[in-house]
Design a protein around this ligand. Structure first.
Ligand code: THG
Length: 268
């Protein structure tokens, strides 16, 4: 299971402030904490208006990669911002994201093919986010047809079934999980990723919802996610799930984490 750290996201108010005020210390602490917690990639999302985005994203990339050596996940729909950011990254980044929207496929897929980056592909198209599984799978077909025709191997594609908050639709987790099962059956060589914390926007006790949803999603085929890597209980739940599903040889990861104190209540 690959973890993408979610914290450096300009839609979070404190991060938006830090970007606007060029507060490198605040961003660098978020980067170091997530890297130490074991993140495989760090999501960087400038969250700003299109005109500011390239320079804000460049500043974030430079600020983050001067203190950590894990790769970045460049989170932007904007081909111009991604094109600039990819010139200055020190390690091959993940691109977040493409979708079935032609302007994103045309603007971003050539970058992905040229730099051989892993890429997140959203299950949506120019009609927006489909409400049904069938609509989301249709969008995935469009993206996969385009990525294959650009020579991007399926193994480099992380399909995102899309997670909407339960607060506005109590079926939203079911729709995401069913979409995942269909994707897993039809595109077995791709990976699957999601923005886990979206599920709990506007709800109380968010960490609890995120944690249980992660377990259900892993059972449905999720092998990567944008999450809070510092949530120790989330990590404990994940290790336990992987072990129960037979994905932890000799229970090594679980027992190692136990010895390292992950399940120690005091420290949770
Ligand atoms: N798919 C893809 N990329 C994405 C999303 C997605 N990028 C952005 C977003 N959705 C995923 N990232 C976040 C980041 C933070 C939160 C939710 C999604 C969030 N954080 C809370 C906060 O900041 O206060 C609480 C969580 C916490 O305590 O850390 O809500 O769907 N491809």
């Amino acid at each position: 299971m690959k973890i993408i750290g979610e914290k450096i996201n300009g839609t979070r108010q404190r991060v938006a402030q830090a970007i606007a005020g060029r507060d490198a210390d605040y961003i660098q602490k978020l980067a170091q904490d997530q890297a130490e917690a074991g993140a495989d990639w760090l999501d960087v999302n400038a969250g700003t208006k299109q005109s500011n985005e390239p320079k804000d994203l460049i500043w974030l990339v430079e600020t983050v990669q001067s203190v950590v050596d894990i790769p970045l996940c460049l989170d932007s729909p904007n081909p111009a911002a991604l094109t600039e950011a990819i010139q200055i990254v020190e390690r091959t980044p993940m691109i977040n994201s493409i979708s079935g929207e032609p302007w994103r496929l045309d603007g971003i897929l050539p970058l992905v093919a040229k730099h051989r980056c892993p890429v997140i592909a959203l299950a949506m198209d120019d009609g927006g986010i489909p409400e049904t599984c069938a609509g989301r799978i249709d969008a995935v077909h469009k993206v996969m047809q385009a990525s294959r025709s650009c020579g991007v191997p399926d193994e480099d594609v992380y399909i995102d079934p899309l997670v909407m908050t339960l607060a506005t639709d109590t079926e939203s987790a079911n729709i995401t999980l069913e979409t995942m099962r269909l994707i897993h059956a039809q595109y077995p060589d791709t990976h699957m990723s999601m923005g886990l914390s979206n599920i709990s926007f506007g709800m109380p006790a968010r960490a609890n919802i995120n944690r249980v949803f992660l377990i259900l999603a892993v059972a449905a085929g999720l092998d990567s996610a944008i999450v809070d890597p510092m949530d120790r209980e989330l990590k404990a739940a994940l290790l336990t799930t992987q072990m129960l599903l037979g994905r932890d040889r000799y229970c090594l990861n679980y027992t190692r984490a136990y010895r390292a104190g992950l399940f120690n209540r005091k420290e949770c």
